[in-house]
Design a protein around this ligand. Sequence first.
Ligand code: NAD
Length: 387
Amino acid sequence: MSEADIMTRIDWVRQSCRLLAGIADEFARTKPFAGLSMATGIHLEPKTAALLMTLKAGGAEIVATGNLNSTQPATVDYLRGQGIEVIGAQTRDAEEHGAFLDSVMSRKPALILDNGGDLFARYAQSPYAGLIGGTEETTSGRMRLEPMRQNIALPVLVINDSPIKQFAENRHAVGQSLFESYLRFTNRSTNGKRVTVFGYGACGRGTAACFRNAFSAVSVVDIDPVTTLEAHLDGFNTPQRADAIRSADVIITVTGHPAIVTVADMPLLKDGVILMNGGHFPQEIAVEAMRAHPSVTRVERYAEEAIETFVLDDGRRLHVLGAGHMANLAGPRPLGNTVESMDLGFALQARCLERVASRVLDKSACVVPVPKDIDAAVAAAYLDLHR
Ligand SMILES: NC(=O)c1ccc[n+]([C@@H]2O[C@H](COP(=O)([O-])OP(=O)(O)OC[C@H]3O[C@@H](n4cnc5c(N)ncnc54)[C@H](O)[C@@H]3O)[C@@H](O)[C@H]2O)c1
């Protein structure tokens, strides 16, 4: 590329994913996926493009689809231009998305890279010969796949359960990214705002910390008293759930569970409250039920910024960001988590898929964490590049 060339965001991200660049060079020589088909069901955005290009360098014949809502058309065009088959488009329609997933699985891939368990859940329902195994990226996917172990009975390595993923992405990057998304969507300040974070797992911890560092008064609500105690000792307010809702200017859900803020909470919500979700599925805030609730007299749509306002019969206004989808991958110019955090997570992905493809694992490795030697190798490689 000459100095005068215009770089795209995908070029920038690919250059910034230094671990993946090194792995791609290695894979181009070692070809761990030569002759193997691979289905991927992960957000189609610039960072995953870097991952998919790395896997392609290793010889994988990829058929890719995205997750609900997060598919970015420019990334789809880029991947297609690079010879990767993409089945899918930007959609919030679960049925349409389901049809993309079905279509990808109809190819009976040899390897699966899953994000949320959509592809493996389909395999568990209709198993076929020839699947070697694969990876699952998220907490939500792990929870969904655990009860399906008997039906899957193949190696599935869960990237989320690597300590590296936990601290690099979930703890440090998700909080930064949700914080950035709040500013990006609303252009509102955080100073002095009362922010309630639902869920004090890895993602919630980072989210609470980022808003506190930006001078918000942060409350934490977690269903687990031990975790709530930790939040309390970390210096966060830990009021009762109803008080935490009543007092909040901003409510952020990041639990991985459905129905965290529901219509039953509507009487408690403060006028002008901003509701945003960081959890994987768009079910943490009951947006559709709220929109249809009889107390909603009017819905205002600030479409450009993906903000919806429900005006209640008592005059209160509730603002929902990105229709309750993961805010950091929704709305205007969604950037997702930092490049470095994704480079680490995707290096784990690439190494885990390489391990599964090598067929050294058996069904006892069905829905288990990343092998420790892979964690160590990826950590050492990152430190070599960055310190
Ligand atoms: N937005 C992103 O970029 C991104 C990135 C990674 C993970 N995620 C998603 O974020 C979610 C959380 O991930 P995590 O790793 O922090 O999970 P985690 O399991 O570590 O933490 C979830 C926390 O939520 C709490 N919780 C469960 N039900 C609750 C309820 N009803 N009320 C209050 N608290 C409740 C749990 O006790 C737990 O402490 C998942 O859906 C995950 O897939 C999002």
